[in-house]
Design a protein around this ligand. Structure first.
Ligand code: VGL
Ligand code: ZN
Length: 199
């Protein structure tokens, strides 16, 4: 039997209604995610975790607005409202998320100069988070993903998982997306093309 893990992406207050980068209905997934957590032996969480003044924040750049883009040394980066700042309540997990069973929390985006959508690689596409090594060392070959946001952190994580040689499934019911400039359709398509199983 192939060992598997549930990977719960960024179910944090700032991505839920009322938060700084709210995803529509982001909070609606919490009971569904909790049901998944109960069913899995191994649970991994990710937590978007930015220092104040992070390079992905529009406020860090002169005359830039949220949802515009900027050229950073590693390429084009979408700019966001300030969100998930380390140690703030917005960066905490949703209060109803049943997170206590998680075996590891991967924090991402903690380097001021590089954003990180994927749980595996930062947005320079070169700096690993360590998750692939962690999973391999534990004999986990398949991951099931859920969380926020479908078209950013969930999709990038699923695509990188497949690239790294893992089997990846995304439970769409347990995800919600941002949908910026058609990103939802684009990323769903990319995941299908790459062999991510959408369930
Ligand atoms: C995310 C944008 C910026 C996500 C994180 O979790 O999808 N999106 N930071
Ligand atoms: Zn972020």
């Amino acid at each position: 039997m192939t060992a598997e893990a549930l990977v719960v992406i960024d179910v944090q207050n700032d991505f839920c209604p009322g938060g700084a980068l709210a995803v529509a209905e982001g909070d609606r997934i919490v009971p569904v995610v909790n049901g998944l957590i109960e069913r899995f032996e191994h649970v991994v969480l990710t937590q978007d975790w930015h220092p104040a003044g992070h390079s992905s924040f529009a406020s860090t750049h002169l005359s830039k607005n949220p949802f515009e883009t900027a050229q950073l040394p590693y390429g084009e980066q979408t700019l966001w409202p300030d969100h998930c700042v380390q140690g703030t309540s917005g960066a905490e997990f949703h209060p109803d998320l049943a997170w206590t069973k998680a075996e590891i929390v991967i924090r991402k985006g903690f380097r001021a100069s590089i954003d990180s959508y994927s749980a595996f690689f930062e947005n320079d596409r070169a700096t690993p988070t360590g998750l692939a090594g962690y999973l391999r060392e534990r004999g986990i070959a398949r991951i099931v993903l859920c969380g926020l946001a479908t078209d950013f952190c969930v999709a990038y994580s699923a695509l990188d998982a497949v690239k790294a040689g893992f089997e990846a499934q995304v439970v769409l019911d347990a995800c919600r997306g941002i949908d910026l400039g058609g990103s939802m359709a684009t990323m769903i398509d990319k995941m299908k093309q790459a062999g991510v199983q959408l369930i």
